[in-house]
Design a binder for this molecule. Structure first.
Ligand code: AMP
Length: 131
């Protein structure tokens, strides 16, 4: 059975898409810890990120870097923080989070309150800045 993230890539479940190429897909996290919180996934279904073959993992990080550059361009932040957990969704993904302080990357607390319209607006900004 396809993972929820594969179903997003297939267009079966809606998302706020940020970027895509042949191998990877980026979209906003539905429960962001900070504005612009984005997930980068390989289209290939693999649960654990460190089970990906080295070349694919390298290309995934290069793709994530391009997404991060776009986030930096449009979301006020000091830098883009990177996290990998995968405890909830068994499809490898990198969290890219625009941050100004350490606590912006705290996953254990209250999530941001953000509307679908606001998510759509943020996604459009990042998408436009993505090169
Ligand atoms: P983890 O697997 O622990 O890295 O957490 C999974 C992340 O995926 C969480 O931050 C969720 O908010 C996010 N998430 C789960 N379902 C969706 C979805 N349908 N669209 C966007 N983000 C999602």
């Amino acid at each position: 059975m396809a993972t929820i993230f594969s179903r997003i890539v297939a267009g079966e479940i809606p998302c706020h898409k940020v970027a895509e190429d042949e191998e990877f897909f980026a979209f906003l996290d539905i429960n962001p810890v900070a504005k612009g919180h984005t997930l980068v996934i390989p289209k290939q279904e693999t649960d654990y990120i460190f089970d990906l073959e080295d070349p694919l993992l390298g290309r995934m990080m290069a793709f994530a870097k391009r997404v991060a550059r776009a986030q930096e361009a449009v979301i006020p932040c000091k830098r883009v923080g990177v996290a990998v957990m995968g405890l909830e969704v068994p499809h490898a993904h990198i969290h890219l989070i625009p941050i100004t302080k350490e606590s912006d990357m705290y996953f254990g607390g209250e999530k941001m309150t953000i509307t679908q319209d606001e998510l759509a607006e943020v996604a459009a900004l990042i998408r436009k800045a993505y090169k």
